[in-house]
Design a protein around this ligand. Structure first.
Ligand code: NDP
Length: 326
């Protein structure tokens, strides 16, 4: 038996989440059984802890889109008992039982060996959000970061906090956009050199091009803010589009692409090929200062999850939550 956060759906379609004991036999099929140490809380987890947002197919369900732990049993030659592993993506925690449990069983292809220098707790302090931030920074580097500061939107969130810390560590000036001015000190401690109020970029303008301000951008917000930012990018600069915290629409014109050669780079962490995933985890280990990572962490347990799930859907979580499932 093991403890898990189970989400059930009643006949009226209402979901409820509670910590329950589950028999090991009920774990889904997969080559590798992992004793989970830590998981975390992402926006998708907030959805899956509640009505599901169309992500969960079957109930009862165990959410948790990422986890880190130790291999307990393996039918795959790449992993043996005792190996430390991390999982993000592949619709684990949505279509497949996830990391809000003391045990998980998954496909070997979905796992990544924990890189040297990271503990399982560190890995979940990074989590899907942090890995995605690293993928975004790598995409910007591949396309060339220009001279101006790099803008990070949704900066106090998980993606934004990690992106800010990594970019600052790499020597870039970071302009952090936040709707929480009271958190400016937190963002400066992570390495932000400039704090931009959310309202400043939320205001829509009729002009498709404004002054060239940003040498690159990691955007966790989307919507009208992304549209506005596109018109403020330096010539040839790139925006890595990661999230939709501010909306899925994009009320923009193509003018920044045509007249300034601006690039809009899509970032997906879920189906990211193994080699790039491994490269990104190694870069996290080398380019994300551990003291900055520790400063982002809010610790939690399985029973805290329903509250934290609601908080992240409201944009109320700062930095990264690390869930000790034991
Ligand atoms: P968080 O909730 O931790 O952070 C989002 C941040 O965006 C908030 O902290 C807030 O920052 C800001 N924000 C919230 N609501 C609004 C709003 N209405 N308008 C403008 N800004 C807002 O989420 P994550 O950092 O974990 O994820 C960020 C986004 O990235 C989400 O949309 C998520 O679904 C997506 N994502 C995508 C992935 C991919 O593979 N592409 C992987 C992981 C996440 P502040 O208070 O500082 O303004």
């Amino acid at each position: 038996m093991f403890n898990a956060m189970i989400v059930e759906k009643d006949d009226a379609g209402q979901t409820s989440a509670s910590v329950q004991q589950i028999d090991l036999d009920r774990l889904p099929a997969g080559e590798v059984t992992v004793a989970v140490d830590y998981s975390t809380v992402n926006y998708k987890d907030g959805l899956c802890l509640g009505p599901g947002g169309g992500l969960v197919r079957n109930y009862p369900h165990i959410p948790g889109i990422d986890f880190a732990g130790t291999v307990e049993a393996s039918d795959d030659a790449r992993y043996k008992p005792g190996d430390k592993v991390v999982l993000t993506g592949w619709r684990v925690g949505e279509a497949h039982w996830g990391g809000y449990a003391q045990k998980a069983r998954v496909k070997a292809d979905w796992l990544v060996p924990l890189p040297e220098g990271l503990s399982t707790r560190d890995a979940m302090a990074v989590g899907t959000a942090g890995l995605t931030a690293m993928l975004a920074v790598m995409a910007l580097e591949d396309h060339g970061i220009k001279a101006g500061p790099v803008l990070v939107t949704g900066a106090s969130g998980g993606v934004g906090s990690v992106a800010t810390a990594i970019l600052s560590h790499l020597g870039y000036k970071v302009a952090a956009v936040t709707g929480r001015p009271e958190g400016a000190d937190y963002l400066r401690d992570l390495g932000a050199t400039e704090i931009i109020a959310r309202e400043e970029l939320a205001e829509t303008v009729k002009r498709p091009l404004e002054g060239e301000r940003w040498g690159g951008c990691v955007d966790a917000v989307g919507g009208a803010m992304l549209a506005r930012v596109l018109g403020q990018m330096e010539y040839g600069a790139s925006v890595a589009a990661v999230g939709l915290a501010g909306g899925a629409g994009l009320p923009a014109t193509v003018i920044p692409f045509l007249l300034r050669g601006v690039n809009l780079l899509g970032i997906d962490s879920v189906m990211q090929p193994y080699d790039n995933r491994l490269r990104a985890w190694k870069r996290v280990a080398s380019d994300l200062p551990m003291d900055k990572l520790q400063a982002m962490i809010t610790p939690a347990t399985l029973s805290d999850l329903p509250r934290l799930g609601a908080d992240i859907l409201q944009g109320q979580v700062r930095g990264r939550v690390v869930v000790d499932v034991n």
